[in-house]
Design a protein around this ligand. Structure first.
Ligand SMILES: [Zn+2]
Length: 306
């Protein structure tokens, strides 16, 4: 009974499409994402509205009791029989998640990438982005599993899978993960703060760092003196030029003259990060806790309770 309107709707849509009904761009995009799987009654085939048993003669049959359940079936009365089109739940479960879902996934990903745009990360937005991605991912996986089962049962798996709405969200997540892996957020965040960072570096060269306001541009200096860098765990292993680490990296303590700048609100508990300006460190040096950004700048990972 409840399927009857959808049959007439889909049949009339196929025979007489609304000629020049204006379709907005948004509607077109939404339809493109999740057009759904279309079921059209292929013939006059009909079944008993109560039990779904095939009715002999279909729409052209003579009124008779259903041979399965005994209900009176009269083809002139639409509510006593139905076309073999699956119900709303099946049609809903085969329809891909729509545009709104993909936009939510994008938004969660942007929040997550933003959390990685600073050395040490922003904890709050990181947790928020991860939780949102996890919840959206769980929803998407459950919907896909349901569509797989229903699609197999109704032999429409191909049509179901052809909807872009199934594939765009995971593709977006994969692209986001690759972007993060490639270090794009940290580079963008560095460029975003570059003017402030360079101002601090210039002041350090000029010996006027103490005159630069603390927390200028959302940055705070770690340590108050211009040469504090070797006091911090990642660099202290190079303080002794005879140590294996220093020898292996071929660096001298003097190479670590510089300044550390931390973004307010970044980092979490035992691990945080900072921008390190180390203009005397040979550019070819590879050190485990330093990621070069160019121009003497590095991202440095700070651990422990220094
Ligand atoms: Zn029946």
């Amino acid at each position: 009974m409840s399927t009857e309107p959808s049959i007439s709707a889909s049949t009339s849509a196929s025979t007489s499409p609304p000629a020049d009904a204006p379709v907005s761009a948004l509607t077109r995009v939404r339809r493109w994402f999740a057009p759904g799987v279309r079921f059209l009654p292929s013939s006059d085939e009909r079944q008993c509205a109560r039990c779904g048993y095939p009715f002999p003669g279909g729409a052209q049959g003579a009124p008779a009791p259903c041979s399965e359940c005994g209900a009176w079936v009269d083809p002139t009365e639409a509510r006593t029989l139905r076309a073999p089109v699956p119900g709303r739940f099946v049609q809903w479960s085969l329809r891909a998640p729509g545009l709104a879902y993909s936009l939510l996934v994008c938004a969660a990903l942007v929040v997550l990438l933003y959390s990685g745009s600073v050395p040490g990360g922003y904890f709050d937005s990181g947790i928020l982005g991860l939780c949102a991605i996890a919840l959206l991912g769980l929803f998407g996986i459950l919907r896909a599993a349901l569509a797989l089962v229903v699609g197999l049962r109704h032999r429409r798996l191909g049509d179901t899978a052809r909807q872009p709405g199934w594939w765009i969200p995971p593709a977006v997540v994969l692209a986001g993960v690759s972007t993060a892996q490639a270090g794009v957020p940290i580079v963008l965040g560095f460029e975003w703060r570059r003017a402030t960072l360079e101002a601090n570096a210039a002041a350090w060269h000029a010996g006027t760092l103490d005159q630069v306001p603390v927390a200028q541009g959302g940055l705070k200096r770690i340590g108050s003196t211009p040469t504090p860098v070797l006091e911090f765990p990642p660099m202290s292993v190079y303080a002794d030029p005879e140590s294996p680490s220093s020898r292996q990296a071929r660096v001298q303590p003097d190479d670590f003259r510089g300044v550390l700048l931390q973004v307010s609100g970044s980092g979490f508990m035992f691990e945080s990060g900072a921008y390190a300006y180390l203009p005397y460190l040979p550019a070819s040096t590879w050190l485990p806790d330093l990621v070069p950004l160019g121009g003497g700048w590095y991202v440095v990972r700070l651990r422990d309770d220094w």
